[in-house]
Design a binder for this molecule. Structure first.
Ligand SMILES: *Cc1c(COP(=O)(O)O)cnc(C)c1O
Length: 448
């Protein structure tokens, strides 16, 4: 038995894997059978198994990795931090990595969001933003502002609170009785919904009309609108025009409603700018960050908020304080990885360098536009996607397997295939991903 087979067998017996029907790993006769892939090591954009097979990480290991696996600069920063301080509680104590990271994140928002509240994962950041908004209105003497708004297809995490503002049936349906029904789902400004003579900005204005109508009637009861700026990731890389963000900002201001930007997936340069909301020339009241924040190294999330929100919690009363906490809040190692990540952004001028890479992705994927079963080839910065017209319920798994056989990790969301590689990807590696995507598409469609 190879090392690969041994780890595979032991993992499927002892590890309950996320977002997975475990039977698809254990039952070779099941139609959706897919063997687990034990990973021995990572280097750059590549992951290696124990049998010497390798996979180009075309989706940045669930959208987290920015500068490759085992990045020497992040590794060095972490080694140093490990020998200095691995962890200390953040209530009553503080430490240089969390202070420096908070200052640098505030500076990246031009100090409009100057207060950083930490957690360990994206869903917790969503919970924090929702609780903070609700508690702000309570402290401001407007406790009736307790409802939230989200967009069709939104994904803000899978804890019970975050599910209230998540609109992906697959994740939500089974738990519907547990989920608070205080969130209203508004139409998405998805550019694919454009009528033949409608520009993307017009779709955005049409969707904003629905927001305006809702706020006109329910603004008094509404605490916040939460959205994923420019790209709704888990919905299938749904893209929309920045005009929606401008309209949303104006409407939220008019009705005293917080705008929460969930940049857990789209922050840290994914869409071309450091934060996606910058492309609309706006700032949110609350900004959720995670995934790329630590370069894909360690669990870390943060909610940045404005002075106005922060000030509403300052009081002699403990009950008016934000009494939320997680054991590993502001973990020094995770913060150090985040600082090393920000250093790389600056030293290597990543945003400028990514413009060339985004162009290379566009060029490499262009031939797919002519494929008779491909539609809506789209891109925003370092995220590219296309939809596949097929009624095969097993398409995504067939494609995933066919891509792996071509040394590429590409994991479609339903019938949407997307590329979201780490920023260290080379032009040759981009071509490899595009060719693997084309080959996997042909094989998956033929495999019906
Ligand atoms: C991944 C994601 C989350 C949840 O983050 P987790 O760390 O998986 O809990 C929330 N919002 C968006 C937009 C995401 O992409």
């Amino acid at each position: 038995m190879s090392n690969n087979d041994d780890w595979l067998r032991r993992s499927q017996a002892a590890v309950w894997h996320p977002c997975t029907q475990m039977r698809h790993h254990s039952d070779r006769a099941a139609p959706g059978y897919l063997p687990l892939i034990p990973i021995a090591r990572g280097e750059g954009a590549w992951l290696y198994d124990f049998d010497g097979r390798r996979f180009l990480d075309g989706i940045s290991s669930w959208w987290t990795n920015l500068f490759g696996h085992a990045n020497p600069r992040i590794n060095a920063a972490l080694h140093q931090q490990l020998d200095t301080l691995e962890h200390a509680m953040l209530a009553g104590f503080t430490h240089p990595p969390v202070v420096e990271l908070s200052e640098r994140l505030a500076a990246l928002t031009d100090h409009s969001l100057g207060h950083a509240f930490y957690a360990s994962d994206g869903a917790s950041a969503t919970e924090i933003a929702l609780k903070m908004s609700f508690h702000y209105w309570r402290n401001a003497g407007r406790p009736q502002k307790s409802e939230f708004l989200c967009l069709a297809g939104s994904y803000h995490g899978e804890t019970v609170g975050a599910l209230a503002v998540t609109d992906v049936a697959l994740f939500k349906e089974a738990y519907a009785p547990l989920v608070r029904h205080a969130a209203h789902v508004l139409p998405s400004p998805d550019v694919r919904l454009a009528t033949p003579d409608e520009a993307p900005a017009a779709v955005a204005r049409r969707a904003a009309t629905a927001l305006a109508e809702h706020l006109a009637r329910h603004g008094e009861r509404t605490a916040a609108l939460i959205l994923e700026p420019l790209v709704q990731g888990a919905a299938g890389m749904v893209m929309y025009d920045p005009e929606y963000l401008r309209q949303a900002r104006t409407l939220c201001d008019a009705h005293a409603v917080h705008l929460i930007c969930d940049e857990i997936a789209v922050g840290f340069g994914r869409t071309g700018t450091f934060f996606a909301h910058e492309q609309a020339g706006i700032r949110p009241d609350l900004l959720c960050l995670s995934k790329g924040i630590s370069g894909g190294y360690l669990p870390l999330s943060v909610v940045l908020c404005s002075d106005a929100i922060y000030a509403a919690f300052l009081d002699d009363s403990v009950a008016r304080a934000f009494l939320h906490s997680h054991s590993y809040t502001g973990n020094p190692l995770a913060c150090r990885a985040a600082l090393a990540t920000l250093d790389i952004f600056e030293q290597d001028q990543i945003l400028a360098a990514n413009q060339g890479k985004a162009q290379a992705i566009a060029t490499a994927l262009a031939p797919l536009a002519a494929h008779p079963q491909v539609s809506h080839l789209r891109q925003r910065g370092m995220i590219a996607a296309f939809d596949v017209c097929t009624d095969d319920p097993h398409f995504s798994r067939r494609f995933y397997r066919a891509a792996l056989a071509r040394e590429a990790l590409l994991r479609p969301i339903g019938n949407t295939v997307y590329l979201m590689p780490p920023y260290i990807v080379s032009t040759a590696e981009i071509d490899h991903l595009a060719q693997a995507a084309y080959g996997a598409l042909t094989e998956a469609l033929a495999g019906r």
